[in-house]
Design a protein around this ligand. Sequence first.
Ligand SMILES: Cc1cc2nc3c(=O)[nH]c(=O)nc-3n(C[C@H](O)[C@H](O)[C@H](O)COP(=O)(O)O)c2cc1C
Length: 399
Amino acid sequence: MSETEEKTAPTTNIDPRCPSVDLMHERARRRMPRFAYEYLTGGCFTEINLERNTKEIRDIQLMPWYLNDYKGSDLKTELFGKTYDAPFGVAPIGLQGLMWPKATEILASAAYKHNIPFILSTVGTASIETVAELTDCNAWFQLYHPTDDDLRDKLLDRVAAAGLPTLVILADTPTFGWRPKEIRNGLSIPPKMSLRNIMQMTTCPSWSFGQLLAGIPDFKTMKPYIPKGLSMKHLGLFMNKTFSGRLTADKISAIRDRWKGKLVVKGIVNPEDAEKAIKLGVDGMIVSNHGGRQLDVGQSTIKPLTALAEEFGNKTTLMIDSGVRNGPDVANSIASGAKFAFMGRTFMYGVGALGAKGGDHTMTMLKRQLQQVMEQIACERISDFPKHLVKSALPATGG
Ligand SMILES: Cc1cc2nc3c(=O)[nH]c(=O)nc-3n(C[C@H](O)[C@H](O)[C@H](O)COP(=O)(O)O)c2cc1C
């Protein structure tokens, strides 16, 4: 391969206003009403773990080989029997359409175009069936745990009927997250829209116009089960009653018996939980702390990932989310033992910054950023990343 072929053309199809995730974030902040922006960016309590997540991913260092016989890099990654074009995907985000009109549809379509996984939340603003159509049945579905088994089975049957291959269940939401910004902005349970929120909408014309065209965002997947005509307050209380947060071994077993596709548990950080989940027959785990939205006094996700990869890397498929923002962060996560990295806020920043083009822009940019790191360190395949990890610079993982 010649030297020119070896390098990527770095900026083709990249919007020059947003060549980094930080610049997308800044532009999204200016274009979103404050309550929506704070819902997206906020964490729990004092947001210590939210900060720690990204900081500790960035403590990881990679070793380059400059004099090797390098033949070019390939981002393709196999996961659960499918080859994706890059080792990252879109994490499930509830109420996406409130943060930016049609955000779910924008990101699902872009993920399909870029051949990366998109995970739809139970409380997303597009239905299972719509997202299945937009992704040619390639999306994954994240299930919140209904208190009623009948509702759980109905949802599982819909996901199977829609042809989606992978179900994600949640370990890290046994209780509600205490998020001061959401409480202040009326987005906790019960929710309320204040005059202040309405004033914020009037200062964001692209967002407001988009919402006018898209219609009021609602929980499309859950719509058939929600009594008609509920006020916002009663809808919030209904949703709270419908889902119980805590995942148990019995719940995993019941889902494993019924769900024939791949089963992933999201939110595992404890080796004992990992071992239990493997025994219960799950196919993979996303090491996650819900993006710092649940436990402020927990670890960042890169630390448990490193420990879990050592113990369980050969027994299950380990993935990560929380704090991964850009291509170098994906590189560090994969080098530390993740097979795949998911991102929540990064993709939403893209949509907030660039609207309908935001998904495509962000995915193109992340692929280029990751490719740049691979070219720089002479990493030819995604599975070679761990060889580049500088072990002497690793932070202690703790007990
Ligand atoms: C605004 C917001 C809403 C979220 N809603 C959900 C959800 O409905 N279901 C879920 O499994 N995770 C949800 N998450 C967590 C994400 O799936 C993911 O774990 C997290 O965003 C990863 O961290 P990152 O944003 O730092 O990439 C949400 C996260 C954010 C920021």
